[in-house]
Design a protein around this ligand. Structure first.
Ligand SMILES: [Zn+2]
Length: 442
């Protein structure tokens, strides 16, 4: 009997050892680790402090601008809290005569930047646009008289840094953070199609919060949008170069004339400022993944903003998966200036064409259904780019579902090892005199 117990013990030890080896091997394979890329991932680009302001300095600069140009620019800071979590949002309002900012006959534009913490370049663009509006900086090739006559008809509200708490985390070294200060994605916390999760849902990226508008930042933005009631909304992001219109939660654009006017404006921007290489179309259809509970869908469906957009102003497809600063932001002076020059010019084109577009389309009959406007090629292009753009990770279509498979596989391996250990411990008891059969029989 002892002989059998000993033999079984050795066999069990060998099996456990082999299972552990297999487990470690497969874990590293499935986790995508290898000594080579582990080393690669550890090198990432830090924030270039020569080019980028800190969040505090950026907001101070904007307040100083308003202080120097009280006739054009006013700044307010809106604060709120929820269960001890505090958030504040600074809003700059441009109006060519500050007293006219409540004039409802003016054309109203609301633009938000920095909704995702890691997209620092967007807030730099906000500062650039406000500097041009204050006439401290100038757009090349622009006639100041015609610019002033355009701006006279507008009220522009700029939110330069929607997600200040998330941005502070990024500045503290968490360079890949896109969510707010308590882990909620502010572009999934709105009520249109809220909380729906796609198969590849990753809470580290897209956590929608416990309910629509659970987050103070989203609450402030909703109030601002409902009270200001803009004609144009633009949500400015980075990670790729694209001009999106609704819907994000469906792979179609809305019907009829609203689609037509948005499409016309985006086509113009793509041609003039994007060198025709920006992806355009519905957010859901063009990128290839659906996003639920986004700000732009809410602005279009609920606030009834006639022209609602999401712009993606920069992305580096060559950056490694963990190198978020490089992936979402230009890292050298030339690229930094190019992005700010191109996109500030694009926004001034919107300031000029937006009001005309709305006047013009108002008198036109509803155009054909544009649901199928996004071509299959664009769709497939977007689909192939999907995983990288969404989470900033190098994944392709074949990776769909891999995350789940990995999780199940690890659980399976872990439980196998535990079973072996339990089995061995039962046999060890047999060593103290109990026959092995009794262990099995029990
Ligand atoms: Zn973003």
């Amino acid at each position: 009997m002892r002989y059998h117990v000993k033999k079984a013990n050795i066999l069990c030890f060998l099996l456990t050892f082999m299972a552990s080896l297999l487990c470690f091997f497969l874990f590293f394979v499935f986790a995508g680790f290898s000594p080579a890329n582990a080393e690669f991932n550890s090198t990432f680009t830090p924030i270039n402090r020569d080019l980028y302001h800190s969040s505090t300095a950026l907001l101070e600069q904007i307040k100083a601008l308003a202080h120097r140009h009280p006739d054009k620019l006013t700044v307010e800071t809106i604060k709120t809290e929820n269960k001890g979590y505090r958030a504040e949002i600074t809003v700059a309002t441009f109006c060519s005569s500050s007293r006219g900012s409540d004039d409802r006959s003016k054309f109203r534009i609301l633009i938000s930047f920095g909704q995702h913490g890691r997209e620092l370049i967007t807030s730099e663009l906000a500062l650039r646009i406000l500097s041009i509006l204050s006439e401290e900086q100038f757009l090349p090739n622009t006639n100041p008289t015609s610019l002033n006559s355009t701006l006279d008809k507008l009220v522009i509200k700029v939110v330069p840094l929607e997600n200040l708490n998330g941005r502070k985390l990024v500045e503290g070294g968490d360079l890949c953070e896109r969510r707010n200060g308590r882990g909620v994605d502010l572009n999934r916390n709105w009520s249109v199609d809220w909380g729906k999760k796609e198969k590849d849902f990753d809470p580290n990226e897209e956590n929608p919060g416990i309910a629509p508008f659970s987050e103070p930042e989203t609450q402030i933005m909703r109030k601002l949008a409902l009270s200001f009631d803009p004609h144009i909304w633009v949500n400015v992001h980075s990670g790729m170069e694209a001009l999106f219109m609704p819907y994000d939660h469906r792979n179609t654009t809305p019907d009829g004339s609203p689609s037509q006017r948005m499409k016309t404006l985006l086509s113009e921007l793509n041609q003039v400022h994007c060198h025709k290489h920006c992806m355009i179309g519905s957010g859901g259809g063009s990128v290839g993944y659906l996003a639920h509970g986004t700000a732009t869908d809410y602005m279009y469906d609920i606030v009834k903003v006639p022209m609602a957009f999401t712009f993606e102003i920069y992305g580096d497809p060559t950056a490694s998966s963990k190198d978020c600063f490089k992936m979402f932001n230009p890292v050298d002076l030339a690229a930094f200036n190019r992005v700010l020059n191109d996109w500030s010019a694009a926004f001034f084109t919107i300031f000029k064409l937006g009001p005309l577009q709305l006047d013009e389309v108002g008198s036109k009959a509803s155009t054909a259904n544009l649901d199928k406007w996004v071509s299959i090629d664009e769709y497939l292009d977007g689909y192939l780019m999907e995983r990288r753009n969404r989470y900033g990770k190098k994944m392709e279509v074949l990776d769909l579902g891999m995350q789940e498979i990995r999780t199940y596989f690890r659980l399976f391996l872990l439980s196998s090892v535990l079973l072996f250990i339990m089995f061995c411990s039962r046999i060890s008891k047999g060593k103290s005199g109990r026959p092995i059969v009794s262990a099995i029989a029990l």
